[in-house]
Design a protein around this ligand. Sequence first.
Ligand SMILES: [Zn+2]
Length: 242
Amino acid sequence: MENRLNNLYSLQIIDSQLQEVHDLKGDLPAIVEELEENVNKLKLKIKELNTTIKQLKISRDNADLEIIDLAEKIKKYKSQQLNVKSNKQYDALTKEIDAADKKSEKLEIELEIAEGRMEIAKKDVEIFAKEFETEGEELDERRKELREVSKEHEKEELKLKHEREKMVVRIDKADLEKYERIRKAKGGVAVVPIKRNACGGCFSRVPPQKTLEIRQNSRFYTCEHCGRILVSDHIVSLSKKQ
Ligand SMILES: [Zn+2]
């Protein structure tokens, strides 16, 4: 039993050190992740807008060509009207001219709409491109910071992770599950020593009788208030010797 308590307390020390290393990185990993997401979103938006602009340009150019084409037709019909032999022929040409005029007007409207939409899309691209640039610069900077901080503590982190792996295999599966459950619920601290008759986690008083029992290291005792596993000074001194 003493061994089981000792192993759990040793694991706690390793985990607390890992937490310290992790805390040194602060919010950087989360900031970098968020920036990456934003930059990717902006990139996609710009790409979509550029596709839209391309499509609008094609329809505008097509309308433009068709309008020129119609104008030529109208010109041709008008010159034909000068040489017709009958009223019927003349009226038929007038009809053609009217139809071409109407179609041309409709195309002009379409062309204007396409141009308006293009202008809006181009302005949006400008706005997003600026955002993309700013966010991209920020991302580069934050990534660099994170790399530097990570590099500084890389060796220590690796050493601790290795120690953790070695310790974990020595711990009973049920004990480990209990430990992880408490650790997750209690801000990373599952095993605490008793300090001056109080829980080292929440500082609630531990009754003297319980303190005596805990000193026997014969079973698990948890704090009545915070639920963390309490260990005696003896266990603490054992892990210091390691
Ligand atoms: Zn407690």
